[in-house]
Design a protein around this ligand. Structure first.
Ligand SMILES: Cc1cc2nc3c(=O)[nH]c(=O)nc-3n(C[C@H](O)[C@H](O)[C@H](O)COP(=O)(O)OP(=O)(O)OC[C@H]3O[C@@H](n4cnc5c(N)ncnc54)[C@H](O)[C@@H]3O)c2cc1C
Length: 468
């Protein structure tokens, strides 16, 4: 049996574990099953939230008391052409399923997030970016067709020449259900990248690296020590990476066994245990030491020396330690990611660090990336940079963390910057209005009135921000 008969009550949490809520879970296996969920919502007078793998950090994929449309059983790859690299799949397939299906034929997803677990539907609903955002933009730019089921019951096939395509992708599950998509994969002749690590003494050097390699490198990412102050503010480790050309017809680097992440660290220590040890160090003192040690190691080991690394190990570094997020329990954590135009980014990020240090709420992990603008409706793209900051949350510090986020928002908004719904847990309606603008919000509401006139699709985030 499909559809509403799968109902069960259960808790949904965001990846950061701060946002949570109980709802009625449905796990359809067909478009008919999805229609049944909307019917159940009408009957019960409740709303529906769509959910992929729940990898959004905040409350985008949950809705207390709502019907949770869990997409994970609609996860079939429907068509794969190793000649053209076009892949068609149901929206519940994960990025992991996709690369495992295509890599041995010499194709890799054009855009991936720092984890391989998001679903294709979730990736499109947030329009994810990767460490190649400045070159390849967002995942939506590599999609040739999507199928959308509207809550009013229409099935639409949308392509890039249609305005609605740019609205459905990026709309955080608020307009319609993306049921399947066709993705143009990227041809690769090797499963390895050439990775160049460069240790940076301050923000100047971080930005100089990004500027130096943006015309040439296939991927770039910077890690930043948020505890370092004064002249060392912004210090960290920058990586640029290039696809490798391997002359062999089917190089062994494309094989699955060459890509799998190891189960142990140093060959014997089970990775599944690591988060328990991390938890002991997951405080201000411990994280200051870890950040310092990582920076010091970056200066002493490997600086300026390129090395090969598998696509999986480079792309999905955050999957290296399973369940690392549990090290933040019991309170969880939030990720605050802001996107700032290039003229202002250096000043805004340095000031964000100063504010965190003053509040003694330094981010335990800070990641720096280069981006470009795009034409999707709820876009986070800018011609500039993003800084993603992970903040530990406790019952005691939560009001202060939020206050800090709101103060940092002011800097971002004054600089014409943007935010990203996949990473948001603290925006207020006025912040969302300010970065999205009235024109975008009007377009969102006009399309919603057409596709979802009863207002069935929602999320805790959309309600918090007044988006629907
Ligand atoms: C460790 C980690 C690293 C990450 N790194 C990056 C990164 O580098 N770049 C980046 O851009 N993001 C990154 N993310 C964020 C992540 O890629 C996004 O949050 C993505 O949307 C998660 O996909 P999901 O399937 O888990 O979707 P969920 O989190 O379950 O849902 C996300 C949104 O999509 C909607 N939705 C889900 N499925 C559908 C569908 N079929 N149709 C319509 N709407 C739908 C939901 O309603 C919700 O609003 C990272 C997340 C984690 C945990």
């Amino acid at each position: 049996m499909d559809g509403p008969s799968n109902e069960r009550i259960g808790r949904a949490t965001g990846f950061g574990m701060v946002a949570q809520g109980d709802g009625y879970w449905y796990r359809p296996t067909s478009v008919e099953g999805i229609r049944d969920v909307f019917e159940a919502a009408r009957r019960s007078g409740r709303k529906v939230v769509i959910r992929g793998s729940g990898r959004s950090y905040g409350d985008a994929a949950l809705l207390p008391e709502g019907l949770i449309l869990d997409f994970r059983r609609m996860n079939n790859i429907l068509a794969w052409d190793p000649e053209t690299g076009l892949l068609t799949a149901e929206a519940g397939v994960t990025l992991e399923q996709i690369w495992r299906h295509t890599l041995e034929d010499g194709w890799w997803p054009p855009v991936v997030s720092g984890t391989m677990f998001p679903t294709l539907g979730g990736a499109l609903a947030m329009n994810i970016h990767g460490k190649n955002a400045y070159r390849k933009g967002t995942i939506g730019e590599h999609v040739t067709e999507i199928e959308v089921l509207t809550p009013s019951g229409r099935t639409l096939i949308l392509q890039p020449d249609d305005d609605a395509f740019y609205e459905a992708i990026s709309s955080a599950g608020l307009l319609g259900v993306i049921t399947r998509a066709t993705l143009q994969m990227k041809r690769v002749s090797s499963g390895d990248l050439r990775v160049l690590p460069l240790s940076c003494a301050d923000w100047e050097e971080q930005f100089a690296c990004m500027e130096r390699f943006e015309g040439d490198a296939d991927y770039m990412v910077g890690w930043v020590d948020a505890f370092a102050k004064g002249k060392s503010c912004g210090r960290g480790l920058f990586h640029a990476a290039w696809y490798l050309d391997e002359p062999a017809e089917r190089p062994s680097s494309l094989r699955m066994d060459r890509q799998d992440l190891p189960d142990t660290i140093l060959g014997f220590f089970p990775k599944s245990m690591v988060w328990r040890y991390l938890k002991k160090l997951n405080n201000r003192w411990g994280m200051r030491q870890i950040n310092w040690a990582k920076y010091t190691a970056s200066r002493l080991l490997g600086h300026g020396k390129p090395h090969p690394q598998s696509l999986v190990a480079f792309s999905f570094l955050l999957d290296y330690v399973p369940n690392w997020q549990r090290a933040y329990l019991p309170g969880g954590f939030i990720q605050y990611q802001s996107f700032v135009p290039k003229e202002h980014a250096r000043r805004v990020f340095a000031e964000q660090f100063r504010m965190q240090q003053e509040a003694r709420l330094e981010s335990f992990l800070a990641v720096f990336k280069r981006h470009r603008p795009d034409r999707f409706l709820l876009s986070h793209g800018v011609d500039g940079y993003s800084l993603a900051l992970d903040f530990k949350v406790t019952e005691r510090n939560w009001p202060e963390v939020r206050r800090l986020a709101h103060r940092m928002n002011e800097l971002v908004l004054e600089a014409g910057g943007r935010f990203y719904l996949a990473k948001d847990a603290t925006l207020r309606p006025e912040d969302a209005r300010a970065y999205l603008g009235d024109e975008t919000l009007t377009r969102l509401r006009t399309r919603k009135a057409e596709w979802d006139p009863e207002g069935l699709l929602s999320s805790a985030q959309a309600e918090r921000l007044g988006l629907v």
